[in-house]
Design a protein around this ligand. Structure first.
Ligand SMILES: [Zn+2]
Length: 143
């Protein structure tokens, strides 16, 4: 992955949508998603963290979601990203964390998003909904 043009950024955000929602909807493991993230360049990771933080904001995660997500993330509850996501309201400034915490931040964010998204799909989105990320065609799940 190289380059930071807006074109690359768009492609990367689309890829992030597929990977992250694949994990959130149980079609992909967190480790698999994390491997994808860890292989990105530093600037690519920043783009993705920003994007995923946006999903978490849209999902209206609660402090309880934060704790449940951190518990399944494999990240220590005392790590900076874990502490941030459990605050009420959560803090989303993950891109500003040291680069060596970005993988932890990704694991925490995707885990918490999975918790919140599962609840949302079982309530608000039950049946049909218009969320593009809940209606991704199966073919795009292959990398
Ligand atoms: Zn939906």
């Amino acid at each position: 992955m190289r380059g930071t043009s807006s074109e690359d950024g768009r492609a990367l955000r689309r890829e992030a949508e597929r990977v992250v929602n694949g994990v959130a909807q149980g079609r992909r493991t967190l480790d698999d998603g994390t491997s994808w993230f860890a292989a990105l360049s530093q600037s690519g990771r920043q783009v993705v963290l920003q994007e995923v933080a946006g999903y978490a904001m849209q999902a209206h995660i609660t402090s309880a979601d934060g704790h449940a997500g951190v518990a399944r993330s494999g990240v220590k509850p005392t790590a900076n990203p874990a502490v941030m996501i459990c605050m009420d309201p959560p803090r989303y400034g993950f891109v500003a964390l040291p680069a060596d915490e970005h993988v932890k931040a990704f694991r925490v964010l995707v885990s918490v998003l999975s918790v919140a998204d599962t609840r949302r799909r079982q309530t608000y989105c039950r049946g049909t909904c218009g969320h593009t990320w809940h209606n991704l065609p199966p073919s795009v799940e292959r990398l």
